[in-house]
Design a protein around this ligand. Structure first.
Ligand code: GLY
Length: 375
């Protein structure tokens, strides 16, 4: 019970167990909390990796907090141009160069300050430098707080496809400062909420109903509602990734909507490249609805569930239909390249209703095409 003079406790911690346990901290003001930032530091070298949008906003704050808590810490910096186009082997090489210039030893730590691009690339550099050093994820978008910063997937893109070169490298800690969400454009907030809604679709119908009830608060950047949504999402991701860190089974469920979504992103040429393509969260929203429709078509789930799910996504201002101009056959061709497929057969995450996702092997391409053509 809070005494009248006590501040309510706003710093939440989600524990991730398994072979490489770590904590996810969620709360306001954490980027300035030096004691927390240095808690997991083992050595005296730190590389702060960020991008050209985020670094001017928060890098100095993090650097000052680190130095105040650990005077004598040698801190290097590396700033990527903002955007998915930066997630390349070239920038990976430059991050490695920055670690070398710093003289980073095996007990050094990479701090990844930014969204998914920064987290994936900096995490991959940490995975490779001296065969693996610590990485602390400091996610600054809702999407990276609820998904990419947790679970240890790191990667860069190559011209042949997204995330094709990478490693599983669990972070040493994830520190999500909810204050940064206020500066997020509403479109980015919505994109993150698509990944939040995904957890309801995969395994939590009560959370799905809670999201419906809290829609207005969430879209109005209400701090308490957002912290609750992030914590619940992280609890789900923590439970799944600690049981299946290397995606040998259950973790694949986290890809609900992603096979369709990645195909849309690839066909549109990825947002941020100067076009008006759907961003990742938006493409996943459309993809989840296609998966729900396909499940209904295969007789696994009701059409009402698909419609109910699409209605919530629409209420959050998210798209639910394949963008005009994308051909069903071209999307199917992209889906054939998905990493989940085995021996040339489509494997998709579908569901038996809201909260009951499952992997379905050997999905008939004709059924997929039929769904894609109903948009
Ligand atoms: N984003 C899905 C996963 O981390 O497995």
């Amino acid at each position: 019970m809070n005494l009248p003079s006590e501040k309510p406790c706003t710093h939440r911690v989600v524990e991730v167990g398994g072979e490489h346990p770590y904590r996810i901290h969620i709360g306001p003001g954490l980027l300035g909390d030096g004691a927390l930032l240095v808690q997991t530091l083992r050595g005296k070298h730190a590389l702060l990796v960020s991008d050209s949008h985020v670094a001017p906003l928060y890098a100095a704050q993090v650097r000052d907090a680190l130095l105040a808590a650990k005077p004598g810490l040698k801190i290097g910096g590396f700033v990527l141009p903002a955007g998915e186009q930066s997630k390349t082997l070239e920038h990976f090489g430059q991050t490695i160069d920055a670690l070398a210039a710093l003289g980073a030893t095996r007990d050094a730590c990479v701090f990844a300050l930014g969204g998914g691009v920064v987290g994936d690339l900096a995490g991959f550099a940490a995975a490779c430098w001296m065969r693996g050093i610590d990485c602390v994820q400091l996610p600054t978008t809702l999407l990276s707080m609820v998904d990419s910063s947790v679970g240890g997937k790191t990667a860069v893109d190559i011209p042949q496809g997204k995330n094709l070169v990478g490693a599983f490298h669990p972070p040493r800690a994830v520190i999500a400062d909810t204050d940064v969400l206020h500066s997020l454009p509403i479109r980015e907030l919505r994109a993150g909420l698509a990944e939040v809604i995904k957890y309801g679709g995969i395994r939590d119908p009560l959370f799905f109903e809670w999201l419906r009830a809290e829609r207005e608060a969430l879209l109005n950047f209400d701090a308490a509602a957002l912290a609750q949504a992030i914590a619940r999402s992280c609890e789900h991701k923590a439970e799944i990734t600690e049981r299946d860190p290397l995606e040998k089974g259950e973790r694949a469920l986290l890809n609900l909507g992603h096979t369709f979504g990645h195909a849309i992103e690839a066909e549109q040429g990825y947002s941020g490249a100067g076009n008006d393509a759907l961003n990742h969260g938006e493409a996943v929203a459309v993809g989840m609805v296609q998966a729900a429709k396909l499940a209904a078509q295969l007789g696994m789930a009701s059409r009402d569930d698909a419609e109910n799910y699409a209605a919530l996504l629409r209420d959050f201002g998210l798209p639910t239909e394949i963008p005009a101009g994308l051909r069903a056959e071209a999307l199917l061709a992209r889906m054939r390249l998905d990493k989940k497929n085995l021996a040339g057969h489509l494997r998709l995450i579908l569901w038996r209703g809201i909260g009951k996702a499952e992997m379905v092997a050997d999905v008939d391409e004709a059924d997929v095409l039929a769904v894609l053509k109903t948009n």
